[in-house]
Design a protein around this ligand. Structure first.
Ligand code: Q9C
Ligand code: ZN
Length: 334
């Protein structure tokens, strides 16, 4: 399976994130990509397809913000990385969550995603990597792997969060649409719900979004990913959320993925994007599922059995020492 990665993706390297009331080491480290590259034997550098395919998903003002925020931060006399501390209240439906993290975050999204002077270039390169894998599949390969990092699925059309800045899965899906694939499905099997991807396609009938993830009643991103979110307007019925409890193991996860694959089969896509996170692994430091390394090959084989042309984009996975083996296992199942 061809794989893509651009060295500029290593340049985004914040030191700290604000979490649980204090600063901790940033979890989404460049070493994640190094470990995957070593395990899979390297990757091809993607071509530069420019900003246009990014602007098919993201607002131009938002992209300018990502580029200019570090200079504005420095001009204001600040040291270190740009982290927000005040937020306009973004209206969501009034869920009655009682988790302290949910109550704090109800007033913003979020303080765990610093922006550095390198962030735009790294996120831009991550998007180009997703586009290269997409083009490879559009050109006839059945599957290709994009080693995206920074990840993307928490980023919406005009917002960042959850270590994500540009939504690489959405950019890939939109590129497939723009290349003439009429019906595109996204299967998101990262531990966390892909709120940004859901938001981007929530009212679209041409892109189906299915996600298996930790129940947002207990886990980030809290305000999205509940089972009753199914799309709206033209997109009514083209969003499927399958939240699972902490402690979920292969049997439960695989059954939920099968439900997602059944729904995607009914949608009859001519292109699939997989948002793959290895933060479902049993030893992940910030997540609470119980998948093992060999489980990923089984999950991948279940997806591959459908035969859809498939671009895989990397999302989360924070057990750095195990990440290479987990990604290699997943790829082996195709
Ligand atoms: N230090 C992705 O997996 N909150 N993002 C947890 C723990 C942020 C995860 C903070 C989790 C975002 C792409
Ligand atoms: Zn995740």
């Amino acid at each position: 399976m061809r794989a893509f990665f651009h060295p500029d993706q290593l340049r985004h390297a914040p030191a700290l994130e604000l979490h649980n009331g204090g600063f901790t080491a940033y979890a989404e480290v460049p070493a994640r990509a190094d470990m995957i590259l070593t395990a899979i034997g390297g990757a091809e550098v993607p071509a530069d397809r420019g900003e246009a395919p990014i602007l098919r998903v993201h607002d131009a003002d938002y992209c300018r913000f990502l580029r200019e925020a570090p200079a504005l931060w420095q001009a204001a006399g600040r040291a270190g990385e740009a982290i927000p501390y005040a937020f306009p209240i973004v209206g969501r439906r009034p869920l009655r969550l009682d988790r302290i993290d949910a109550l704090l975050g109800r007033h913003g999204f979020d303080a765990t995603t610093p922006i550095t002077a390198e962030t735009w270039d790294a996120a831009y390169a991550s998007a180009q990597t997703a586009l290269a894998a997409t083009q490879t599949v559009l050109d006839g390969e059945r599957v290709a792997f994009a080693l995206c990092r920074p990840p993307g699925h928490h980023a919406g059309a005009d917002y960042c969060g959850g270590y994500c800045h540009l939504n690489v899965a959405a950019i890939a899906a939109q590129a497939a649409r723009d290349a003439g694939r009429a019906r595109v499905a996204i299967l998101d099997i990262d531990y966390h719900h892909g709120n940004g991807t859901q938001d981007i396609f929530y009212d679209r009938a041409d892109v189906f979004y299915a996600s298996v993830h930790a129940d947002p009643a207990s886990d980030y991103p809290f305000y999205w990913g509940h089972a009753d979110e199914r799309g709206e307007g033209d997109g009514a019925g083209t969003t499927l959320n399958l939240p699972l409890p902490q402690g979920t193991d292969l049997a439960t996860f695989r059954a939920a993925q099968a439900t997602a694959l059944d729904a995607i089969t009914a949608f009859a896509p001519d292109f699939l994007v997989v948002s793959f996170g290895a933060d479902t692994w049993e030893g992940d430091p910030i997540s609470r599922f119980r998948l093992t390394t060999p489980d990923y090959a089984l999950l991948a084989a279940d997806i591959a059995a459908h035969g859809w042309p498939t671009a895989i984009v990397m999302e989360g996975g924070y057990a750095v020492d195990a990440l290479g083996a987990n990604v290699a296992s997943f790829r082996s199942g195709f």
